[in-house]
Design a protein around this ligand. Structure first.
Ligand SMILES: *[C@@H]1O[C@H](CO)[C@@H](O)[C@H](O)[C@H]1NC(C)=O
Ligand SMILES: *[C@@H]1O[C@H](CO)[C@@H](O)[C@H](O)[C@H]1NC(C)=O
Ligand SMILES: *[C@@H]1O[C@H](CO)[C@@H](O)[C@H](O)[C@H]1NC(C)=O
Length: 358
């Protein structure tokens, strides 16, 4: 349990000295954190053109879902594949898929969340596959879906849960239960868990999958969505605090993934989506400013007793107005400026995940 305090990553200032100290207090997982950390903040920086990208060719990855497979579905431009995230004052460690599989030999990790988690899970599977293309890999679809790298005994799984908390069908209709997290029992016993939820909290009308929202004994027709998100996420935080053994399980929270439907946010007031965006924004700041849900995430995580590493990917993703599928999204209808092409931006999220583990 001792590395619990050093590995307190709600804020991402990593003190090398603290990590070195953690070496003396425990073995196993913590030692993996003690090397290679040289960045103060992996989440501040800018995008630079890099000819060596992308990290894999989506055409040779057997896992990519049509909705993310932009090149296959006709995206004409390729420059969006060629950008590397450059944190201020340091270099993001190179992703080494074999090293990742060796470190996680015999272990199980699971992404839990909505289709943005699905996006990141597929990205990681493609990155690992690209490192060991001839190894035996099994892919079992379901809840959870499981991709296993047989020679390493590493399972990389995805459990779909749009809100993390429960939706229950009752006689009155479908109820979003802000203080109930029954599916949590399926998340126990993993070596690493990477959670995410946000996008569905904003859905209204036909795309809202519940009729009522319940908070304690009270049932409402609707609720301010940020307030509801705060309550639901706090339920998740309490679940982690009471159910996770931090010595056995590393917990990450994938921060808020931004959308690009309001051109005013990036200085093109007439744009209503991300179609034909071919380059990231220059520099390290986003004109539209932070997403309000980020402050909910920050406040809930900072009140937790167990260590959770926030993959604070919002700003770096906001700069990537060019990285969405837009209309090149398989048979997904409409203009998708929420998810991300693969290969593409989620590969960077996984590079940062890797950097946090080595
Ligand atoms: C994959 O599995 C098959 C059948 O179990 C085996 O013959 C083959 O050698 C394995 N491949 C590798 C690269 O280990
Ligand atoms: C937590 O996990 C560690 C490592 O698996 C184990 O040694 C320890 O007994 C566990 N603690 C509790 C309270 O279950
Ligand atoms: C961003 O920077 C690149 C390289 O310095 C430059 O070619 C491009 O025109 C810039 N784009 C904008 C929108 O300023």
């Amino acid at each position: 349990m001792e590395w619990q305090t050093p590995w307190r990553f709600g804020i991402v200032y990593v003190l090398l000295s603290v990590l070195v100290a953690s070496l003396h207090t425990s073995s196993g997982l913590s030692s993996e954190l003690a090397s290679g950390v040289s960045c103060n903040n992996l989440f501040q920086g800018s995008w630079v053109y890099d000819e060596s990208y992308p990290l894999y060719d989506s055409a040779s990855c057997p896992f990519v879902d049509p909705e993310f497979d932009c090149q296959r579905y006709g995206r004409p431009d390729k420059m969006y594949l060629k950008f590397k995230w450059n944190p201020n004052g340091c270099e993001l460690p190179r992703f080494d898929g074999r090293d990742f599989l060796e470190r996680w030999r015999g272990k199980k990790m699971m992404f839990v969340g909505d289709s943005i988690s699905f996006n990141q899970w597929q990205s990681l599977a493609c990155m690992l596959h690209a490192a060991v293309p001839n190894s035996n890999i099994t892919y079992k679809k379901g809840t959870p879906s499981t991709i296993t790298f047989e020679e390493y005994g590493v399972s990389v799984m995805f459990y779909r849960s749009t809100y993390l908390v429960d939706i229950v069908s009752e006689s009155t209709g479908r109820v979003l239960k802000l203080d109930s997290i029954q599916s949590g029992s399926a998340w126990l016993g993993f070596d690493m868990l990477i959670f995410n939820t946000w996008h569905w909290w904003t859905h209204t009308g036909k795309s809202q999958p519940w009729d009522y929202v319940q908070d304690g004994a009270k049932i409402y027709k609707d609720m301010d969505r940020l307030v509801a998100f705060n309550k639901g996420l706090s339920t998740w935080a309490n679940w982690v605090d009471s159910n996770i053994n931090s010595t056995a399980t590393k917990v990450f929270f994938q921060g808020i993934s931004p959308t690009h439907y309001q051109g005013a946010d990036w200085g093109e007031p007439k744009a209503t989506n991300c179609y034909e965006q071919k380059q990231p924004l220059n520099g390290s700041s986003y004109p539209g400013g932070p997403v309000p849900a980020q402050s909910v995430v920050n406040s809930v995580l900072s009140a937790m007793s167990k260590p959770v590493y926030l993959l604070d990917i919002t700003l770096l993703s906001q700069l990537r107005k060019d990285a969405h599928p837009s209309k090149y999204s398989g048979d997904h209808p409409g203009m998708d400026c929420s998810h991300w092409c693969l290969s593409g931006l989620p590969d960077t999220w996984n590079q940062i995940l890797y950097a946090a583990l080595i």
